[in-house]
Ligand binder design. Sequence first.
Ligand code: BG6
Length: 489
Amino acid sequence: MKDRKTLFIIFGATGDLAQRKLYPALFNLYQKGFLKDKFAVIGTARRPWTNEHLQEVVRNSVADMEYSALEINQFASHFYYQSHNVTDTQHYETLNKLADQLDKKYDIGGNRIFYLATSPAFFGTIAKHLRTQKLVTENGYNRLVIEKPFGHNLKTAKDLNDSISKYFDEKDIFQIDHYLGKEMVQSIYAIRFANPIFSSLWNNRYISNIQITVGEVLGVEERAGYYENVGALRDMVQNHILQLVSLLTMNAPVAYNADDIEREKISALKSLKIYEPDEVSRNFIRGQYGPAYGMPAYREESQVSKDSMTETFVAGKIQVNNMNFADVPIYIRTGKRMAVKGTRIDVVFKDMPNNIFSNEKLNPNVLTINIDPNPGTSLRLNEKEVSETSYPVSSVTMNFRYSSALKAKTPEAYEKLLFDVIKGDATNFVHWKEVEYSWKFIDAIREAWDQNGQDPAIFPNYECGSMGPREADELLIRDGNYWEFNPLR
Ligand code: BG6
């Protein structure tokens, strides 16, 4: 398990993702001994950096972690930099020479992980040259790691997939959705499939509805240039939220392993009801934040058009038409500049068929899965209140929250996912078919919005610091439901 042999070649090594996530994740793996003497990292990008400069950047990216300068220096000494133009075949030859040299120096045995932290526009070109310029070794494993966004719609996603899968086998492509590396997201399998009380109730006979909220307090910050062309539906729903939907509604896999889980996730996403254009406005609503509390409206952010029609908030009702979930509405919402930063799932169970108590209405049982920022689960039950004269029933909540010690011990999503790539474990990655079915669902909504509703006056329609537009509440009220997670109540 320890001291894995791996050569990482990171394309886009000068970028934000590498510095904020990848270097700290690799450092943690190094500290734990999973990477030790037999690994090296080649960082590439267009900029003319030197090995020393990259090592300096690496040291800075882990500087606030509590380790000695000696340990940090030893770790950084495994990093090498190669300036690289992804379209120039000669550059791949130079890269390959360095890779072979490091392979010998660190006794790596031909294992290579190519991490594409670049714009997806380059994925196909890089994959092709890695193969044709023979950076793919014969004696070890060769894995390609890619990041979102995977396409802008189904067509561009298909083109992208074709351009990569010509050169790499599906089994060697690791598509990251960082939500799948979160501890509580992975915990959904245990909650559902290790507890008879939940596994037996996890269907449309007992579940009334499921609610998924991914709230963010931050606005678009310095990413406005990217976000303007993407919006919340593509940025958050197509990937993270639909992945959560698949974990919550898939049938039980035969076993907890990549193949069995992939099969069931694909099947759940294939079962998504695709909305007709006239169904979209009833089932999906969008928002864009206006100013409040001294914060600017989205349209006032730099790099954003004054009459931008980009949505910074989405709420919707999703239907998964498989045997267990047909007729269970799955309400989702996500947005920038909301009241709280919080990712949370509420599974709301159906009412008792008959209420024998004098209470007019009993609260439903609710299983809450808190993903961020305070991981844990809670279960709302009804119990007798203390009273000598009558029999009042009220709700109590059983809470399990990670202690601060447990939280501190929990590996960050990228650390877990990178280690999975090293181990070759694809359980918590996204398969192409999942991407395909997700885009089919998203495209139907996007196309309906693009055809109607381009009137700039519909935005802004929610205030910074709120839980989104009023219509996001009405979506549930119409069905006799309400959001369980309401931090403003
Ligand atoms: C990213 C989106 O995929 O996820 C960002 O592009 C968003 O817009 C981020 O802020 C949210 O991730 P997390 O882990 O902070 O919930």
